[in-house]
Design a protein around this ligand. Structure first.
Ligand code: ADP
Length: 627
């Protein structure tokens, strides 16, 4: 016999369960039944490819027993079972769902009624049981094992005998208290109600022995008590049911149960397609991004069923990366049961289904955008980044498909707008879509260039996510209007007259700029006066394809690839500083050098770029102010 302690975080979760004041304790049964069904799925799936396993779908079931005398409830399955190591690993440490629970707890989302809406798994049984015994024998193994625990003092594992394979879980119910009548769960009617409520769609029979009064054989009026095994669940998976017969809340609870989410989905997508490849699908858009969504750990995919039988839990071929947030399943009679990960790649049916699924999701998103804008905004805050990546990735292969689904914050509307909306508001003769980049909306608002372009009545899209500018570069234009960074040379919002005047002025100061440039170690390609600034003295703009924002993003990546944008230092011709510079150029060349360095450092600071010679700059400033 082995005696073991629970891992620290398991202890925490167990403690939460044992002392749970959660009123909806009945969900423990749902959790045990789901585990049993998963275990059967696993064995059944093996039996499809392994000829040695001679089991048919009809051979599987989940049995529920209750014993009033001993106050026990037992859940028995003939699934894959667990060996000693698995018992220890699976029941001694908390599963992913438990981890998620803690994450929420840490985020102090206490208001969410977490336990109930979560799949907290096996440990939830400790809400009603003072002791749990798990007897399990792995399919094909000789030895069975017993795992036993009261949830507090660790657990024991020892060899035991069990003449079937699979798992048998016995709960010794807690004693009744003033507030809680645990004995209720021993009542077969109560159990039946709970099973129908939460586990009706489980595809294997959930059975219970039931005693009822029946007419005696051969008699017309004599009754006798007959005990029979009765199947309690309808076994029709929710996606196979007639849509009319399924309530939204049924879909919601299927979603929260299956995907261990504590919130209902933002959108439910059902479809039934008849054709070259017929299939039914049930998909969901979550109402928040899973905690690991933007990490490598996140696995996209839809569950794949062949006529109600689970073939693969996550078939990634069914979802393009840019829709990886979608959860759900596809069930098709046209998919062979023997399909494997290897043959999936080439499977023509899968390709067909994936195409059809993709356009379905796209249509749903378009509808949401059109009809439920607020919901779409919320959706976009969660998953918009993924769509923008979708445009950028694969060399822009999917850009046309996605361009109408993305949004950016607009300077005039002060909310997220689509590109179509922007274009519909273009000023007369405006042939560009202006955008500005920065860390936040507030920061972009303070950018020197923004002020004057706004003043001229143009709408600007604010790009705050690092993928944004790359995404617009891949798009390059929308409805024939080019995207132009307001910090680039291509802005061009001046009249011919204004342009000429400025050109003249710059020409006249060319010699001065040359001298100033010499102070800046080739970092700057050009210095010139600008009329695009209103109150600010200086700004940086760029030539070519690499903007300052892209320079920051690329250089922050952990690769050797480093880039520098071609910077132009622009000086506000209407600011007193421009006169001052001209004065110094004539009278005090030394001071001009100092001023140049300070102005460039200022421009870098405004752009959020580091100033490498900070000591020199601060000393120079001090010298000036001490004068
Ligand atoms: P989850 O179901 O979220 O993974 P649980 O705590 O409910 O978490 O279960 C942990 C693991 O224990 C499961 O992932 C599974 O591997 C194993 N397990 C639980 N119940 C059974 C069962 N009846 N048969 C086989 N394995 C089981």
């Amino acid at each position: 016999m082995k005696k073991k302690q629970f891992k620290a975080e398991s202890k925490k979760l167990l403690d939460l369960m044992i002392h749970s004041i959660y009123t909806n304790k009945e969900i423990f049964l749902r959790e045990l039944i789901s585990n049993a069904s998963d275990a059967i799925d696993k064995l059944y799936y093996c039996s499809l490819t392994d000829r040695k396993i001679k089991l048919k779908k009809e051979d599987f079931k989940i049995k529920i027993e209750s014993d009033k005398e001993n106050r026990t409830i037992t859940v028995i399955d003939n699934g894959i079972g667990m060996d000693e190591e698995e018992l220890e690993k699976n029941l001694g440490t908390i599963a992913q769902s438990g981890t998620e629970l803690f994450r929420l707890e840490n985020e102090k989302k206490k208001d969410i009624d977490v336990i109930g809406q979560f799949g907290v798994g096996f440990y939830s049984a400790f809400m009603v049981a003072k002791e749990i015994e798990v007897v399990s024998k792995k399919y094909g193994a000789d030895q069975a094992h017993l795992w036993k625990s009261n949830g507090t003092d660790g657990y024991i594992i020892e060899d035991t005998s069990y003449d079937c394979f699979g798992t048998k879980i016995t709960l010794y119910l807690k004693d009744d208290t003033e507030d809680e009548n645990y004995s209720d769960y021993l009542d077969s009617y109560k159990l039946e109600t709970i099973i129908k409520k939460y586990s009706d769609y489980i595809t294997y029979p959930i059975t219970m022995m039931k005693t009822s009064s029946k007419l005696k054989k051969g008699s017309k009026d004599e009754y006798e008590d007959v005990t029979e095994e009765e199947t309690l669940n309808s076994m029709i998976p929710i996606w196979k049911k007639n849509k009319k017969d399924v309530k939204e809340e049924d879909y919601n609870s299927f979603y929260t149960d299956t995907y261990h989410d504590y919130e209902n989905p933002a959108r439910i997508i059902t479809s039934s397609v008849e054709g070259r490849c017929s299939y039914k699908s049930l998909m969901f858009i979550p109402s928040h991004a899973p905690y690991d969504y933007y990490t490598k750990e996140y696995e996209k995919g839809l569950a794949l069923y062949s006529n109600g039988v689970l073939i693969m839990e996550k078939c990634d071929k069914l979802l393009p990366d840019y829709f990886s947030f979608v959860k759900g399943l596809v069930d098709s009679e046209d998919i062979s049961l023997n399909i494997s990960r290897e043959t999936l790649q080439e499977d023509y049916q899968i390709v067909l289904i994936a195409k059809s699924i993709e356009s379905k999701i796209k249509k749903e998103l378009e509808t949401m955008l059109k009809e439920e804008r607020e919901k779409y905004d919320e959706f976009f805050k969660n998953f918009g980044m993924q769509l923008k990546f979708g445009i950028y990735n694969d060399f822009g292969m999917h850009k046309d498909e996605l361009k109408d689904l993305i949004m950016f914050y607009s300077s005039t509307e002060e909310k997220l707008v689509t590109l179509k909306e922007y274009v519909s508001r273009l000023k007369e003769n405006q042939d560009k879509i202006f955008y500005a980049c920065g860390e936040s909306i507030a920061k972009i608002n303070t950018l020197p260039q923004v002020e004057s372009i706004k003043d001229k009545g143009y709408e600007i899209l604010y790009l705050t996510e690092y993928v944004d500018e790359f995404c617009l570069q891949v798009l390059s234009e929308y409805e024939g209007k080019k995207f132009v960074n307001i910090a680039s040379e291509d802005v061009d919002v001046d009249t011919e007259e204004e342009k000429k005047e400025l050109e003249e002025k710059n020409k006249n100061s060319a010699e001065m700029f040359k001298e100033m440039l010499a102070q800046l170690n080739q970092e700057v390609k050009e210095i010139r006066f600008t009329n695009k600034l209103k109150n600010h003295p200086v700004c940086l703009s760029t030539k070519g394809n690499v903007s300052v924002e892209m320079e920051k993003v690329i250089n922050a990546m952990p690769t050797d690839e480093k880039v520098t944008s071609e910077k132009v230092l622009e000086i506000n011709e209407n600011h007193p500083i421009s006169k001052k510079l001209e004065e110094l150029y004539k009278k005090d060349k030394e001071a001009l050098k100092t001023y140049t360095k300070i102005l460039y450092a200022e421009a870098r600071l405004i752009e959020g770029l580091p100033v490498d010679n900070q000591t020199e700059i601060t000393n120079l400033i001090c010298e000036l102010i001490a004068k």
